[in-house]
Ligand binder design. Structure first.
Ligand SMILES: *[C@@H]1O[C@H](CO)[C@@H](O)[C@H](O)[C@H]1NC(C)=O
Ligand SMILES: *[C@@H]1O[C@H](CO)[C@@H](O)[C@H](O)[C@H]1NC(C)=O
Ligand SMILES: *[C@@H]1O[C@H](CO)[C@@H](O)[C@H](O)[C@H]1NC(C)=O
Ligand SMILES: *[C@@H]1O[C@H](CO)[C@@H](O)[C@H](O)[C@H]1NC(C)=O
Ligand SMILES: *[C@@H]1O[C@H](CO)[C@@H](O)[C@H](O)[C@H]1NC(C)=O
Ligand SMILES: *[C@@H]1O[C@H](CO)[C@@H](O)[C@H](O)[C@H]1NC(C)=O
Length: 433
C-alpha cells in the first residue's frame, strides 16, 4: 500500500548557500535588533494598551512576531541578491530549530499533559494521534483532525504539540494531526488535496484509529483553516457527506480565507501589521501556494494578479465588495503569462468568499485574533455563512495576534490563549455529547 512507503517528494532546493550556521547568526542578530528596536522605541509605554501585562510580557509579545516577520523579509532580500535560496533557507532554518512546543511551554500550572502519542503514516508523511490516557483502548470514540498552520509553507505537527496535547487532555478527546507536503515544492491544489485525503484516510481507517466516523470534527489554524474550508466544501461537492458521513464540526482559528484582496480593513490597520504576519509575508505564502515561486508576490500585494484572469470581470460583477473595478487593463502579454495563476487566485477553492453553495456544511466555530490582518475576511465569511443558514459562531480574542494558539507561552500572554482553548474545547464537547 502506498501509505506504507516513505516516499517524500524530493525538494527542489537549488544549491546556493546551505550554511545553517550563517542563518543562526542572522537569527541571533535579528532577535537582538528586533528587541533593541522595540525597547528603544516603546520601552514599557505599551502597558497602557495591555494593562494586565508586565514589561517583559509586552517585550516578548512585540519582539517575537517582529523577529518572525523580519526573518522572512531578510531571507527574501538575501534571495534577491542571490546569496541564499529563500525556499531552502527559510524552511531549513525553521525545521532545524526542531521546535517542540511542549518544551517551550514551561507551564507549572498545567496538570497532566501525558497522553499517548502515536506516529502513523499517510502517503509518505507522518500522521500523529493524541489519545488521552483514559481513552486508550476505547473503540468508536470521537476524533478531531487538526490541520496545522504555517502559510502552507512552514512548520509541522511538532510546532503544535503543546496546543494539541493541552486540548486533547483538557477536553478528553482524541486528536489526529497529519503532516502534509508544503509549498513551494507543491502548489495548489496538491497541498489541499493531500489534506482532503488525510481526512478521507481517517474515515476509511476508523477501526485502526478506534474512532467513530459519525463523530469526526476538523480544526485548523491559519493555513490549516484554509485547508479545513477546502475539505469541508469538497466534502459537499463530492458527496462525501453521503459516502462517508457528514463532518461533525469545523473550527477555524484565525483562518486564511482568501488571497485576492490584501486591502481589506484589517490589512490597512497598521496596528495589525508585523504582528507575526505582514501583507508581504501573506503575499509570499500565496505566491508560493499558487505558483511555487516568489514571482507573484508584488502582483498580489498590488492586487493586479486577479485582474489578469479572463474571468475577472464576471467575478467582479458578482462580488464587488471584494474585487475592485478594473482601473487599468493589464497588457495582453501579462494576461497570457499569468492567466492561470490569476484564475487560481479567484477560484472559489482558494477564495472561499466566492463559494455560492453553503449547504451541507457542518456547524462552524471561528476564533479570531483582534490584531490580525486576516480578521476582516473571517468576518466577511461568517456573515455570508450566517446569511446562508450555516450554524456559525464567532469569538474574537481582542488583545491577541495571529499565531496565539500555538505560541502563547513565549509571549506569556496567557490568559486569552487559555480562554481561546476553553471556547474551542467547549464547542467540541458540546457537539460530541
Ligand atoms: C498523568 O496521567 C497518567 C495516566 O492517567 C498517570 O499515570 C500519571 O501519574 C499522571 N501524572 C500526573 C503528574 O498527575
Ligand atoms: C515533544 O516533547 C514531549 C516532551 O518531552 C515529548 O513527550 C513528545 O513526544 C514530543 N513531541 C514530538 C512530536 O516530538
Ligand atoms: C508560475 O508563473 C510563471 C509565469 O511567471 C509560469 O510560467 C509558470 O508556469 C507558473 N508555475 C506554476 C506552477 O503555475
Ligand atoms: C501594480 O499595479 C499597477 C496597476 O494598478 C501596474 O501598472 C503595475 O505594473 C503593478 N506593479 C507591480 C510591481 O506589479
Ligand atoms: C447571525 O445572524 C443573526 C441575525 O442577523 C445575528 O443575530 C447573529 O449575531 C449572527 N451571528 C454571527 C456569528 O454573526
Ligand atoms: C495557568 O495560569 C494562567 C495564568 O496565570 C491562567 O490564565 C490559566 O487559566 C492557568 N491554567 C490552568 C489550567 O489552570
Amino acid at each position: 500500500m502506498a501509505e506504507d512507503k516513505k516516499a517524500k517528494p524530493k525538494p527542489i532546493y537549488k544549491s546556493y548557500c546551505t550554511c545553517t550556521s550563517l542563518l543562526y547568526i542572522l537569527a541571533v542578530i535579528g532577535i537582538i535588533l528586533a528587541g533593541a528596536y522595540y525597547y528603544v522605541h516603546y520601552g514599557c509605554d505599551l502597558s497602557n494598551e495591555h494593562e494586565e501585562m508586565d514589561c517583559s510580557e509586552i517585550f516578548r509579545m512585540k519582539t517575537l512576531p517582529m523577529f518572525f516577520q523580519w526573518s522572512i523579509e531578510w531571507t527574501q532580500l538575501l534571495d534577491s541578491w542571490g546569496i541564499l535560496d529563500f525556499k531552502m533557507s527559510i524552511r531549513r532554518s525553521f525545521d532545524s530549530m526542531n521546535v517542540n512546543t511542549t518544551h517551550l511551554f514551561n507551564t507549572p500550572n498545567i496538570t497532566n499533559l501525558s497522553i499517548l502519542v502515536q506516529e502513523w503514516e499517510h502517503n509518505g508523511y507522518n500522521l500523529y494521534s493524541y489519545t488521552p490516557n483514559e481513552l486508550v483502548g476505547v473503540s468508536n470514540q470521537p476524533v478531531v483532525i487538526h490541520l496545522h498552520g504555517g502559510g502552507g509553507v512552514l512548520f509541522s505537527p511538532k510546532y503544535f504539540d503543546f496546543t494539541i496535547r493541552y486540548l486533547a487532555n483538557s477536553y478528553k478527546i482524541k486528536f489526529i494531526v497529519p503532516d502534509y507536503p508544503k509549498s513551494p515544492e507543491v502548489v495548489f491544489p496538491t497541498v489541499h488535496e493531500f489534506c482532503l485525503n488525510a481526512v478521507k484516510h481517517v474515515f476509511e481507517n476508523s477501526k485502526k484509529f478506534s474512532i467513530d466516523p459519525k463523530r469526526v470534527s476538523i480544526t485548523g489554524d491559519s493555513f490549516g483553516g484554509h485547508a479545513g474550508l477546502y475539505v469541508s466544501f469538497k466534502w459537499r461537492e463530492l458527496g462525501y457527506y453521503k459516502k462517508y458521513a457528514p463532518i461533525l464540526t469545523l473550527s477555524l482559528v484565525y483562518p486564511w480565507v482568501q488571497f485576492v484582496n490584501t486591502n481589506l480593513d484589517s490589512y490597512r490597520d497598521s496596528n495589525n501589521n508585523n504582528r507575526l504576519l505582514s501583507v508581504r509575508s501573506i503575499a509570499t505564502f500565496a505566491s508560493f501556494l499558487i505558483n511555487g515561486s516568489l514571482d507573484l508576490t508584488d502582483l498580489i500585494i498590488n492586487q493586479s494578479l486577479p485582474k489578469m484572469s479572463p474571468n475577472y470581470k464576471e467575478r467582479q460583477l458578482a462580488f464587488p465588495e471584494l474585487l475592485p473595478k478594473i482601473d487599468w487593463e493589464p497588457p495582453q502579454s501579462m494576461i497570457e503569462k499569468y492567466a492561470s495563476s490569476a484564475d487560481t487566485i479567484i477560484d472559489p477553492y482558494t477564495c472561499f468568499l466566492f463559494q455560492t453553495d453553503f449547504s451541507h456544511l457542518p456547524p462552524i466555530y471561528v476564533i479570531s485574533a483582534g490584531y490580525d490582518l486576516l480578521l476582516s475576511e473571517s468576518i466577511m465569511l461568517i456573515q455570508r455563512m450566517n446569511e446562508s443558514g450555516v450554524q456559525v459562531e464567532h469569538y474574537v480574542a481582542e488583545k491577541m495576534f495571529h499565531g496565539f494558539f500555538a505560541i502563547s507561552k513565549p509571549m506569556k500572554t496567557y490568559s486569552e490563549t487559555f480562554i481561546g482553548f476553553e471556547k474551542l474545547g467547549k464547542f467540541l464537547k458540546k457537539h460530541n455529547k
